[in-house]
Design a protein around this ligand. Structure first.
Ligand code: MN
Length: 247
């Protein structure tokens, strides 16, 4: 056997090893779920199946939105909480109302993730495949008094949500006296940052509707009322009037 032949065989063996063996662990590493750090923040359960809000909100959107988008806020918060214990030991509305006092190095990240966690925790609660189809009782009376009635409230809410430029939210806020108002916020900001309470809100980030509606945000806003949970929103209204509504 010539020296050239041996060198060629070694080269081929080496090349084969280099191409195949190191590649496999990388493939498995990509497939594995990212490690979720243990911490004080946990991802809330929806209370209904991912496909329960079909056809108005599709199952894949609900799964990705609730598990991955909201999940990222939980991961971030648990990482921030390692160096800042106050995050896990202080009520979220208080943290958001006083967010400018958070440690400077992680202030914006913590504010965004706290807002994202609060907004989405509220959002999953106030949707349902069943429940009351319209406001009732005290809540209906407040909507009639402060927002011009159910139909006008929906039209104005859709208008405010449609005009949010880029990513953000549209809300109905409530004072301790039970007075209602519309509000828009950019990014993951929330009226909790202004010391207000949130009765309900809708997510107008593209991730909330793009798979089904693409650029048709007005159609998403119009259809979203079909999954609003008026029983739960009524409970939130009663809690707000007695100062018990947190997120
Ligand atoms: Mn969202």
């Amino acid at each position: 056997m010539s020296k050239t032949s041996i060198s060629r065989r070694l080269f081929l063996a080496g090349a084969a090893t280099a191409v195949t063996l190191p590649a496999m662990p990388r493939v498995f590493a990509q497939a594995a779920a990212p490690a979720t750090p243990a911490g004080p923040f946990t991802l809330p359960q929806l209370g209904y199946a991912f496909n329960a809000l079909e056809p108005h909100i599709d199952a894949m959107t609900m799964e990705i939105h609730s598990q991955r988008h909201h999940g990222a806020f939980i991961t971030n918060l648990n990482n921030f909480a390692k160096d800042n214990g106050v995050l896990g030991s202080t009520p979220i509305p208080k943290l958001l109302a006083e967010w400018q006092q958070l440690p400077e190095a992680t202030r914006m990240g913590a504010k965004n993730s706290l807002g994202g966690h609060a907004n989405h925790s509220m959002f999953w609660q106030i949707m349902t495949p069943g429940g009351a189809k319209a406001p009732e009782g005290d809540l209906k009376a407040a909507i009639d008094r402060d927002l011009g009635g159910f139909d006008k409230m929906k039209a104005d809410f859709n208008g405010v949500g449609g005009r949010v430029f880029g990513s953000g939210w549209v809300f109905v806020t409530v004072t301790k006296d039970g007075k209602l108002a519309l509000a828009a916020k950019p990014n993951q900001d929330t009226p909790l940052m202004d010391g207000q309470m949130v009765l309900f809100g809708n997510d107008v980030w593209e991730h909330a509707y793009y798979l089904k509606y693409q650029n048709r945000r007005p159609e998403y806003l119009a259809n979203w009322w079909n999954v609003a949970n008026w029983s739960k929103i009524g409970e939130r209204y009663a809690a707000a009037k007695t100062g018990r509504l947190a997120i």
